[in-house]
Write a new protein. Structure first.
Length: 706
C-alpha cells in the first residue's frame, strides 16, 4: 500500500467528522469544498490537497495528534516530503478498537457526514462450519468427518473469528461504505450427488446493524439455543448421503443481486468417522471484492455464477430479484455445443461460414441491407432461444416459477454473469434470445418487428424506440423477431472473472485531473480509416489527455509510464505455439503476450485502466485463446477489466463500436455495461448485428467519476 492509499484509508476508516474539522482548522483547507458524497472521496480529496500544497508532512503530524495509536512515531515523511516511510510495518486489519471506540464514543464518518461506531475490519470475518442438530451451539470438529445418513446444520457467521470454523483462509466482509439496514442474502446451492439440503436453494438474510456488526435478518432454521447466537449466526439444515466419500455444497453471498463471494464447502462423510486433517473445509473460490465497495455498486436484476463442477459438468447458480434462486447443471459437451452454435451464427453473419476465420470476405462491407439483417437475426435468434430454453426449462420448469423467472429476465436491467477462476468456457450471453419464438418455422415465414424496421428506415435512434425501452409491440408474436429480445441489446451485462490473488474489482475510475485515453494501433494498411478513427477518439473531450503508440516499444513504454482510464488496442492478434499476443505497429511485428506484462513490469496502481482489445482479422483473440491475455491484464497488471470479442472482428464494426462505447463511457459517463449496450445498438443502427460479438470481462457498473 503506498503512502497516498495508506493516509486515505486511515482518514476514511478512523477519522470522525469532528476529526476532519480539526484537520481543516490546523491545515487551513475548506472542508466544504473537499467534501465528497462518500467518506472515501472526502479522504482522497484531503490527501490530494495536502499533496498539491506540499503539506503531507503537516497532515501526518496533525493526524498523529488526533489519533496517535493509528499514526505511530516511526512513520516519517521522506526528504522530498512526498513519500511516507514506514520503518516497521503495521497491519491495519489487525488493529483492535480502543475502549472508547467499543463504548461508541468514537466512530467513522458516515456517507452523510455523521459518525457511527468504529468496527475494525478484522471483526467482519466470514466463519462457516457444521454442527450437530442436538448441539447446534458448538461447531463440529473440522478434523472429524460427518457420519453417514445424519442430519446436521451448516452455519455461517460474520464477525470475530469463531473457534471451530472450517474456513481454509479467513475472508473479510468490509462494509464500511454501507449504511445500517443493508441486507445481504446467503444462498446455499447443492451439487448432484452432494450434501443434501432440506430445501434447495436455501436462502437466509443478514443485516448490517447500527453498531456496525452483522446480524441475522431472516433465519432458515432456529435450533434450540440462546437468542444471542441466533441473532448473529445463520443455520441451514443439511443431511449426509448414505455412502462414504467427500461431498460438497456452495455458499454464495449477494448484495442487491450482485454475487460478492462464493464459498465451496467440502465435507468428508464416513459410516465410522475417524479423525483426518481438514475433513471439513470451506474455500472462498470466487471473490469479486475483498473490501466490498458495495455501496457504489448498482443493483442488478440477477447474477449467474458459472463454474466447473470437476466431474465433467458445469454448474450455473442463479439469483435474482425477489430472492428467486436456482441452479442448472450441464455436461461439458452439451454446454460447448451451445457455445459453438451461438458463435457459429455470428460467424455466418460476419463471413458466411461457421468455421473459424480463414481470410473470407466481410459480408457487411457494402453497407446496410435489411434483408440480409433479417436472415442473420433469424439464425441468431433461433440459436439464442434454444440456449435460453435449456436454461429456463432446467432452472424453473413450468408453472408459476417459470413465469416468475421469465418476467425477471424480461425487464431491462443489469446482469452479472460471473466465471469462477477460469473463463475458457465464455458464454455468449449477449446472444441469448428470450421472446417467444416458433423455431419450427422456416426463414421465409418469419418477419422483422415492424417497429424496429420502421426505426431503421427512418434512422430513429434505436435506444429511443419502444422496443429497446421494454415495450416492444411484437414481443408476444412467435413468428416475429425483434432484436430487443436479445440480452445484449436489452441488458447491461458484465462478465467478471475472478482471478486468484488479483486485486479487488474497482467500482469507479477517478478522473479528477481529467480523462486519459491511451491508444496503441496496428499500422497494417488493412486497417482502413485508422487515421479518421484516431481523430474521432481524440475529439471525444476538449480536455482529453490522449496518448498514442504505433510501435511495440512505444506501447510498452506507454503502459509503463501512463495510467490511463482506458487503454485501447486497435490491433491484430497473433497465436504462436498456443500463446496469444497483441500485435501493434507494422504487420508481423513481435506481439505483446501475457508474460511480457510481468517481464516489463506493467502494473497499474493509482488508476487501474479498462483494457479494450479491438482485434481485427484474427482468430487469436477469440475467448478460447484470449483468456490468457485477459487474466494477465487482470492479475499481473491489475487492470479494472477487459473488453474483447467472441469471434474475429472487422474494422468497420470495430470503429463504430469503439467510438460509441468510449463516447458513452468517457463523455456521457455511462457505466460500462450500459455503454456496451448502446454501442451494440449503434452497430445495429447500420443494419448490422455484429455488435453482439463483444465480451465484457468487467463488472457492468464500472464508471468514470470526474
Amino acid at each position: 500500500m503506498n503512502s497516498i492509499h495508506l493516509l486515505t484509508n486511515l482518514l476514511a476508516d478512523v477519522f470522525t467528522a469532528d476529526d476532519l474539522h480539526f484537520l481543516a482548522t490546523k491545515l487551513g483547507f475548506d472542508l466544504a469544498q473537499l467534501a465528497g458524497e462518500r467518506r472515501e472521496e472526502t479522504a482522497a480529496n484531503i490527501v490530494q490537497w495536502a499533496t498539491d500544497q506540499q503539506k503531507l508532512g503537516k497532515l501526518l503530524l496533525h493526524m498523529r495528534q488526533r489519533h496517535p495509536r493509528y499514526v505511530p512515531e516511526h512513520w516519517k515523511m521522506s526528504n522530498d516530503g512526498r513519500t511516507l516511510v514506514v520503518r516497521s510495518g503495521i497491519e491495519l486489519a489487525g488493529i483492535e478498537p480502543t475502549e472508547d471506540e467499543l463504548n461508541n464514543q468514537a466512530g467513522t464518518l458516515s456517507a452523510s457526514g455523521s459518525t457511527r461506531p468504529y468496527v475494525p475490519h478484522a471483526e467482519r470475518k466470514i466463519n462457516t462450519g457444521f454442527a450437530n442438530t442436538y448441539d447446534a451451539a458448538n461447531p463440529s470438529d473440522k478434523d472429524l468427518p460427518l457420519a453417514t445418513e445424519r442430519d446436521y446444520y451448516f452455519w455461517l457467521e460474520i464477525g470475530a473469528a469463531v473457534k471451530g470454523s472450517i474456513d481454509t483462509k479467513k475472508v473479510e466482509l468490509d462494509v464500511t461504505n454501507l449504511e445500517a439496514g443493508a441486507i445481504f442474502q446467503v444462498v446455499l446451492f447443492g451439487f448432484p450427488d452432494g450434501l443434501i439440503l432440506s430445501e434447495e436453494p436455501a436462502i437466509g438474510e443478514l443485516i448490517l446493524q447500527e453498531n456496525g456488526a452483522i446480524g441475522v435478518q431472516t433465519a432458515v432454521a432456529t435450533p434450540a439455543i440462546g437468542d444471542d447466537l441466533l441473532d448473529r449466526r445463520l443455520f441451514f439444515p443439511i443431511a449426509t448421503p448414505a455412502s462414504d466419500g467427500a461431498y460438497q455444497l456452495r455458499c454464495n453471498i449477494y448484495y442487491q443481486q450482485i454475487l460478492l463471494q462464493s464459498h465451496l464447502v467440502t465435507a468428508h462423510v464416513a459410516e465410522d468417522p475417524e479423525p483426518r486433517k481438514n475433513a471439513l473445509s470451506t474455500t472462498a473460490d470466487f471473490i469479486i471484492s475483498h473490501s466490498l465497495n458495495v455501496a457504489e455498486r448498482q443493483p442488478h436484476s440477477f447474477s449467474v455464477l458459472l463454474n466447473d463442477n470437476g466431474n465433467g459438468t458445469h454448474g450455473f447458480r442463479f439469483f435474482g430479484e425477489g430472492n428467486l434462486a436456482n441452479d442448472v447443471t450441464l455436461d461439458a459437451g452439451e454446454l460447448q455445443d451451445m457455445i459453438d452454435q451461438a458463435r457459429g451464427a455470428l460467424r455466418m453473419a460476419a463471413w458466411g461460414s461457421e468455421a473459424e476465420y480463414t481470410n473470407e470476405e466481410y459480408r457487411y462491407a457494402d453497407g446496410p441491407d435489411i434483408g440480409r439483417l433479417k436472415t442473420d437475426l433469424f439464425r441468431c435468434a433461433i440459436r439464442g432461444y434454444r440456449f435460453y430454453d435449456v436454461f429456463i426449462n432446467r432452472m424453473a420448469g413450468g408453472g408459476r416459477k417459470s413465469r416468475e423467472w421469465r418476467q425477471t429476465m424480461r425487464q431491462a436491467g443489469t446482469i452479472q454473469f460471473a466465471s469462477k477462476q477460469s473463463a475458457r468456457l465464455v458464454l455468449p450471453t449477449a446472444m441469448i434470445y428470450d421472446y417467444p419464438l416458433d423455431t419450427g418455422l422456416n426463414a421465409s415465414q418469419f418477419k422483422l418487428c415492424p417497429t424496429f424496421e420502421k426505426a431503421l428506415k427512418e434512422k430513429t435512434p434505436l435506444a429511443q424506440t419502444a422496443c429497446f425501452q421494454g415495450n416492444c409491440p411484437s414481443a408476444g408474436q412467435d413468428d416475429t423477431i425483434c432484436p430487443s429480445g436479445f440480452w445484449g441489446y436489452r441488458h447491461a451485462i458484465g462478465m467478471p472473472v475472478t482471478i486468484p490473488h488479483a486485486a479487488d474489482a474497482p467500482t469507479t475510475l477517478k478522473a479528477t485531473g481529467g480523462v486519459e485515453l491511451a491508444m496503441a494501433v496496428s499500422t497494417d494498411p488493412a486497417f482502413a480509416g485508422r487515421t479518421e478513427h484516431e481523430q474521432a477518439l481524440k475529439k471525444l473531450l476538449p480536455d482529453l489527455k490522449f496518448h498514442y503508440a504505433a510501435e511495440r516499444p512505444e506501447t510498452i513504454k506507454m503502459m509503463q509510464e501512463r495510467s490511463p482510464h482506458v487503454l485501447y488496442f486497435f490491433c491484430h492478434g497473433r497465436l504462436a505455439n498456443g500463446v496469444p499476443s497483441i500485435e501493434v505497429g507494422p504487420p508481423k511485428t513481435r506481439g505483446i503476450s501475457r508474460d511480457n506484462l510481468r517481464n516489463d513490469d506493467i502494473f497499474w496502481e493509482e488508476t487501474r485502466p479498462l483494457i479494450f482489445i479491438n482485434g481485427c482479422h484474427t482468430t487469436a483473440l477469440e475467448p478460447k485463446s484470449a483468456i490468457d491475455l485477459v487474466s494477465g491484464f487482470l492479475d499481473t497488471a491489475e487492470a479494472a477489466g477487459v473488453i474483447g470479442t467472441e469471434i474475429t472482428n472487422f474494422v468497420p464494426v470495430a470503429r463504430i463500436f469503439a467510438e460509441e462505447c468510449l463516447r458513452q463511457f468517457l463523455v456521457e459517463r455511462q457505466p460500462i455495461g450500459q455503454a456496451i449496450r448502446l454501442a451494440r445498438l449503434a452497430v445495429l443502427q447500420q443494419a448490422n448485428p455484429l455488435g453482439l460479438m463483444y465480451v465484457p470481462y468487467v463488472m457492468a457498473d464500472l464508471r468514470i467519476e470526474r
